[in-house]
Write a protein that binds this ligand. Structure first.
Ligand SMILES: Cc1cc2nc3c(=O)[nH]c(=O)nc-3n(C[C@H](O)[C@H](O)[C@H](O)COP(=O)(O)O)c2cc1C
Ligand SMILES: C=C(O[C@@H]1CC(C(=O)O)=C[C@@H](OP(=O)(O)O)[C@H]1O)C(=O)O
Length: 389
């Protein structure tokens, strides 16, 4: 499967076309909208989220609630567009009107403005920020919602949640099951399962905001029910952990990724890292621990996939950092209209979506048929085989 996205942050709409989704998958706008709404929530967001109410229009590939096997086209309208029709017009403009189009010549440190401007020759850096904006993650979540539907048909669940904000860390065993994790994070304003740290996380965000600053954190995605052997060790670009790592770091503002105990593995002996193998009649193989986060040799082990990503603080700050006006070459102190102070809770939903996409894609590729019912049969057969291997 593959998908492309198009659309600017303050343009008329965001679009994705998803190709290769098997036929016969139950899919409704509601399945996608619930995920879009989850992405919009979360403490620390700016005023833009009060303007938008993301709703998908399915514009192709689905009939009577089931996928057809043809490309799926999804569209999400930008409600803010009506305030930007002048600045974001599609038609060419007359030279004398140029001034009212509010050129951006002051790049923000940490955002894509300056480098994107140099790369594409955009002296009006609005041409960069419109597309580098994380508004685009809306349709990545829409594509991820389709992936999640495929996974749920196969008994595979995916949940993204917040582990840390600004140094305040959740207790990692604060949930009993994936269902419990999902319910707890849905109730939490910061999408964190540990109620004891929720208020502290909100305080950290409040403080950052009060100081005109921003704050980042760590999100975790857990996937349960994936059969052993998804992905492959035979070639670098078929390793599923590698694909997931790329997907996580592709999220705006994400700077690092780890699986299981991750970077902590550098400080432990092998006997305290590798997960011992056990076998039980009827259940098959499992591991006593899951420190490697569900991967060996680029393949799933059958244990839960546990992957984390670190999000840097939002670059647009009310407290200005030094930068240079590209027209005058003079230093300036930036002033801004609006921004998120913290988007880690929203990013947990984006991370969930991109991980779901990679896992679903690997499964569809591996159990490669065009029909959902046959994929289900194939996955079941492989699960059975693995149990008694
Ligand atoms: C959900 C979400 C919301 C974001 N909101 C903002 C924002 O309001 N202001 C901002 O400057 N950056 C925001 N960012 C981060 C920027 O999009 C990101 O830093 C920028 O695209 C540059 O990419 P890089 O940080 O990966 O280098 C957000 C990121 C995510 C995932
Ligand atoms: C619009 C979204 O996030 C935006 C991501 C973003 C950025 O620079 O990444 C900047 C802000 O845009 P604006 O300047 O219009 O407020 C965020 O609101 C969204 O998540 O849907």
């Amino acid at each position: 499967m593959r998908y492309l996205t198009a659309g600017e942050s303050h343009g008329p709409q965001l679009t994705t076309i998803i190709e290769g989704v098997p036929a016969g998958l139950p899919l409704t706008a509601e399945d996608i909208n619930t995920n879009l709404a989850r992405r919009q929530k979360g403490y620390g967001r700016g005023r833009r989220m009060q303007i938008e109410k993301d709703q998908v229009q399915i514009a192709g590939g689905v009939r009577h609630g089931k996928t057809l096997g043809s490309p799926i086209a999804l569209v999400v309208e930008n409600k803010d567009w009506k305030h930007w029709t002048n600045i974001m017009g599609i038609e060419p403009i007359k030279e004398e009107e140029n001034e009212i189009k509010r050129q951006i010549s002051r790049p923000r440190p940490g955002h894509a403005d300056l480098v994107g401007g140099i790369k594409y020759g955009h002296r009006d850096m609005r041409n960069v920020l419109e597309r580098s904006s994380a508004r685009e993650t809306t349709v990545r979540v829409a594509a991820g919602a389709v992936a999640k539907k495929i996974l749920s048909e196969l008994g595979i669940q995916v949940v993204g949640h917040v582990l840390e904000i600004g140094g305040v860390r959740a207790n990692e065993v604060s949930y009993r099951s994936l269902k419990d994790l999902m319910e707890k994070t849905e109730k939490s304003e910061v999408r964190c399962a540990d109620e004891t740290v929720e208020k502290k996380m909100m305080e950290v965000i409040d403080n950052a905001k009060a100081n005109g600053d921003s704050i980042g954190g760590i999100v975790e995605v857990v996937v349960e029910g994936v059969p052993a052997g998804v992905g492959s060790y035979v070639h670098y670009d078929r390793k599923l952990d590698g694909k997931i790592a790329q997907a996580i770091v592709s999220i705006n503002a994400f700077k690092g990724v780890e699986f299981g105990i991750g970077f902590e593995a550098a400080r432990r002996f092998g006997s305290q890292v590798h997960d011992e193998i056990v076998w039980e009649k009827g259940k098959g193989y499992s591991r006593k621990t899951n420190r490697l986060g569900g991967f060996e040799g680029g393949m799933t082990t059958g244990m839960p996939i546990v992957v984390r990503g670190v999000m840097k603080p939002i670059p647009t700050l009310y407290k200005p950092l030094q930068s240079v006006d590209i027209e005058t070459k003079e230093p300036f102190q930036a002033s801004i209209e609006r921004s998120d102070s913290c988007a880690v809770p929203a990013a947990a939903v984006v991370a969930e979506a991109v991980v779901a996409w990679e896992v679903a894609n690997a499964i569809v590729e591996q159990f490669g048929v065009d029909r959902m019912d046959l994929i289900k049969e194939n996955v079941e057969r492989v699960r059975e085989y693995a149990r008694d291997f």
